[in-house]
Design a binder for this molecule. Structure first.
Ligand SMILES: Nc1ncnc2c1ncn2[C@@H]1O[C@H](COP(=O)(O)OP(=O)(O)OP(=O)(O)O)[C@@H](O)[C@H]1O
Ligand SMILES: [Mg+2]
Length: 376
């Protein structure tokens, strides 16, 4: 039997990828010209997978590519530590470069240990105890010296960058990072899915990062490419899906890259040779059910008023959230309450204002459908 050609887990960098040719070429050329870029989109649109491909391409031309995930950082020392770790990780296989990294990065020592996959994994330990901001400053200073010293282009990706705003004294942290990012001769990419928080860092004139990077939005996948890709993947796995049924799925998942992969993964497992319309109906329920725990935990973090508002927007997106009839129909309480919910839900990137229509709507297509299903 052939292997399922779709991915539930993280997609490997050499696996078939749908479209994104223009994005790849734009981002590679920005990186090569040492530009700083903010790459943003809702969750699971493929930012991380795309960046890994950008970095893999840059690497093949000799660029040193550091990838630093800031998800869940809780302190300024941790931010500095993760940056240091990303430099040790990329240099670790090259003795000369690794030694240089050790010489320059005085704030953290590397600790090497065998990884479960059989390789070596790198962690870091602080070299001295001092206040966190000083450690960050020292780390960025070391990075600057390292970049100046190595005879290679350097590219640094800071994924989930908005997480720095969750840390105490985040404006101080932004100040230090900005100061060095401006000076260091390499390209920095800032990536994130909580769009309002991320974009505020760069587009608020009172913040240190104001206008220091190009804004680059990742959209959903185009219809044509998605249909072509999906049909080809089924074929590769020795099974068949018609163009019509593929278009049906694209519509159900709103051309969302992650949901398309997940939907097709389950669908491929389910069918014998050829996809029928009834399979699509069944798998839609399977995908929704597979996300239930995630959706429930999102609701657990919200107030009753926020849930009521979210569920109203799921059932009826609107530009007129404060209209008396809308508020009455969905029992939304006061204008002040709606204003608070709107602010908090959009900061969490659960709702967004559509550019074309000006209507507020739920961002995630399956979350929207699930909200509708549970409110019936
Ligand atoms: N262009 C693509 N072609 C095929 N599959 C894709 C594509 N882009 C994304 N995917 C699928 O979506 C999954 C999620 O992508 P990824 O983790 O890169 O998204 P993300 O935007 O970084 O998400 P998050 O905001 O949660 O960090 C991938 O593992 C892959 O299965
Ligand atoms: Mg990601």
């Amino acid at each position: 039997m052939k292997k399922n050609p779709f991915y539930l887990k993280e997609i490997p960098v050499d696996a078939p990828f749908c479209d994104r040719e223009k994005e790849l070429s734009d981002l590679i050329s920005y990186a090569k010209s040492n530009a700083n870029v903010v790459l943003f989109s809702p969750r699971r649109y493929g930012k991380t997978s795309l960046i890994k491909r950008v970095q893999s391409n840059l690497k093949s031309y000799g660029t040193l590519t550091a990838y630093c995930d800031l998800f869940g950082v809780t302190s300024v020392e941790e931010i500095a530590g993760r940056i240091a770790k990303s430099i040790y990780t990329i240099t670790q296989k090259n003795e000369g470069l690794f030694q240089k990294a050790i010489n320059f990065i005085t704030s953290f020592r590397p600790v090497l240990s065998p990884s479960p996959e059989g390789g070596v994994s790198v962690s870091v330990q602080t070299s001295f105890k001092t206040d966190g901001i000083k450690i960050l400053e020292e780390t960025m200073n070391s990075l600057e010296k390292f970049v100046n010293d190595v005879d290679l282009e350097v590219h640094v990706a800071l994924d989930e960058f908005q997480e720095i705003t969750e840390v105490h004294n985040s404006i101080g942290i932004e100040g230090i990072l900005r100061q060095y990012i401006q000076k260091i001769q390499c390209s920095f990419f800032f990536i994130g899915s909580r769009r309002r928080i991320l974009l505020d860092i760069f587009n608020d004139r009172k913040r240190p990062f104001f206008q220091s990077a190009l804004n680059y939005e990742l959209k959903t996948l185009p219809d044509k490419d998605l249909v072509r890709f999906t049909i080809a993947q089924f074929k590769k796995g020795g099974k068949y899906i018609s163009e019509e049924n593929t278009a049906r799925i694209s519509q159900l998942v709103s051309n969302h890259p992650y949901y398309m992969q997940k939907f097709c993964f389950f669908l491929y497992e389910e069918i014998d040779k050829e996809v029928a319309q009834k399979d699509i109906v069944a798998i839609n329920q399977v995908v929704m059910e597979s996300e239930r725990v995630v959706f429930e935990s999102i609701l657990q973090g919200l107030t009753t008023k926020q849930i009521a508002f979210l569920s109203a927007l799921a059932r009826e997106p609107t530009a007129k959230v404060y209209s008396t009839s809308y508020m009455a129909q969905y029992n939304l309480g006061s204008t002040g309450g709606i204003q608070q919910s709107l602010d908090s839900l959009s900061k969490k990137d659960l709702i967004e204002k559509k550019h074309k229509t000006g209507a507020w709507a739920v961002v995630d297509p399956f979350f929207k459908n699930w909200l509708i299903a549970i409110s019936l």
